[in-house]
Ligand binder design. Structure first.
Ligand code: PLP
Length: 459
């Protein structure tokens, strides 16, 4: 496994090109996957060279130029947790099937609810990802609004207030819960796609006019595309005033609660009825480790009305509990172990520092990029996500992204905000520095002159 250590060190140094995968069929051939899966034979002698090729075709998340997606460069303790679990296999749903791992999940969830600032009586569960956590949160909201929906189904009379910029898992969950996509009533947003608090009443009226009663309101902290935060305080107040379930999607931003200088971004999160918190984004765990958290613990159990006596023990009690009554999954990986190990090693202050460092670096990158002629940023970033562009041609942004990836120099993503195309960076790796961004700016200028030159030549 020395190869993995070398791979990470090389990636952190930034001295190797980032990966640029061949077309999928070629990669399947190159790694010999079809033959290996059918005939086996990957023995000790063959493993190291084969692993080298796997690594060569993997994404170097520790690399400074890897600034595309909200995927963590995992920290060492979380990686050790994965190795331990891989060897001893501890599913966590039922205490007796993985006692220590189960205990870690309980303690991590309890700690998360404290960080949100909820009083006693809050609870939650870890899930395989934020999308599943969102589904679970909205299931709990549905149970609160229509307790019999579990047995009788839904009748098209419920609505969910959410901005068009909400993560797609929101609309997907609404559809999966049987409400139908049309149940989502769009909240008005500003030019940066943040919910406009003053327009909430108008959205509620639209919801009623459509013959629907609001089941939940969803706000983001922070939004996937822009990294900007909705005003959770205003949302909470509005929802309380109207008796609407308030769901805060803090999949990306919740760990900012651990940074004294950034926790105000989430002011009002304690007024939410449910919160989604992904640890595999800003808490440096491998995928996946998410949480669905509820202000009132009983809401999760009320969400699932099923009894399966062969799994859910009647005598499930505090000493030997089960999570099956409150989650979608049956068997579940020890997600809490990854989160716990990073916390146990770095402390919440250490993780908070990691978040603060990425957020503060992104602010400096915004200054650097904004100062360069020809470049423009969407707005001052509030997190480690920054939208920017070179010129205004939407096609150019896409070509630049492709070109940089093709050159194996930088991996950026792209987002459409308010109908306009932007390049998007997400600063996840500690190794990314101002030097990285200075090189990125130069590389974009060069790539732009080459792509426009080529286009001119072709014409
Ligand atoms: C705001 C937000 N919510 C939910 C999700 C979904 O989380 P996951 O990818 O863990 O399913 C994401 C993922 O990018 C996100 O950014």
């Amino acid at each position: 496994m020395g190869a993995v250590g070398r791979y990470i060190e090389e990636s952190q140094s930034g001295e190797v090109p980032i990966g640029s995968p061949p077309p999928l069929p070629e990669l399947i051939d190159e790694l010999g996957l079809r033959a290996l899966v059918r005939r086996g034979g990957l023995d000790a002698a063959g493993f190291e060279p084969w692993l080298e090729r796997v690594l060569e075709n993997s994404v170097r998340l520790h690399h400074p130029a890897l600034i595309a997606h909200q995927v963590a460069a995992p920290d060492v303790p979380a990686a050790i947790a994965d190795l331990v679990h891989g060897a001893i296999n501890q599913p966590t749903s039922v205490y007796e099937m993985g006692p220590a791992a189960h205990a870690m999940e309980r303690v991590v969830v309890e700690w998360m609810t404290e960080k949100i600032g909820w009083p006693g009586g809050a609870g939650g569960v870890l899930t395989h990802g934020g999308s599943l956590a969102t589904l679970t949160a909205l299931l709990a909201a549905r149970a609160a609004a229509a307790p019999d929906a579990w047995t009788d189904g839904v009748d098209g009379s419920m609505g969910v207030l959410a901005p068009p910029s909400a993560h797609y898992s929101v609309k997907r969950s609404v559809a999966m819960l049987g409400l139908g996509e049309r149940a989502v009533v769009d909240l008005a947003v500003d030019e940066y796609e943040r919910i406009v608090p003053d327009a909430l009443e108008e959205a509620l009226e639209r919801c009623h006019e459509a013959g629907r009663r609001p089941m939940a309101l969803v706000a983001a902290a922070c939004a996937t595309s822009t990294g900007l935060h909705d005003d959770l305080e205003a949302m909470g107040e509005f929802c309380r005033g109207h008796g609407i379930w308030f769901h805060a999607d803090a999949a990306h931003g919740a760990p900012a609660l651990l940074s004294p200088d950034h926790r105000q971004l989430l002011r009002g999160i304690e007024t939410a009825d449910s919160v989604v918190w992904d640890a595999h984004k800003m808490m440096r765990t491998s995928t996946l480790a998410a949480a669905v958290l509820v202000r009132e613990d009983r809401r999760l159990e009320e969400a699932f009305r099923q009894k399966a006596s062969y799994l859910i023990y009647e005598d499930s009690d505090e000493a030997a509990p089960s999570l099956l009554e409150r989650q979608v999954e049956c068997t579940k990986a020890p997600l809490g172990m990854r989160i716990f190990m990073n916390l146990a090693f770095r402390g919440e202050e250490g993780i908070g520092r990691h978040v603060a460092e990425q957020y503060e670096k992104t602010l400096r990158f915004w200054e650097l990029i904004s100062a360069r002629e020809g470049f423009e940023c969407l707005t001052r970033p509030e997190s480690n996500i920054l939208c920017f562009r070179y010129g205004r041609d939407p096609e150019l942004q896409l070509r630049l992204r492709e070109r940089l990836l093709h050159e194996r120099r930088f991996h950026l993503s792209s987002a459409e905000v308010n109908g306009e195309r932007w390049l998007r960076m997400t600063v996840m790796a500690p190794a990314t520095t101002e030097e990285t961004i200075a090189e990125l700016i130069d590389a974009i200028e060069r790539a732009a002159s080459r792509t426009s030159g080529r286009r001119t030549a072709r014409r």
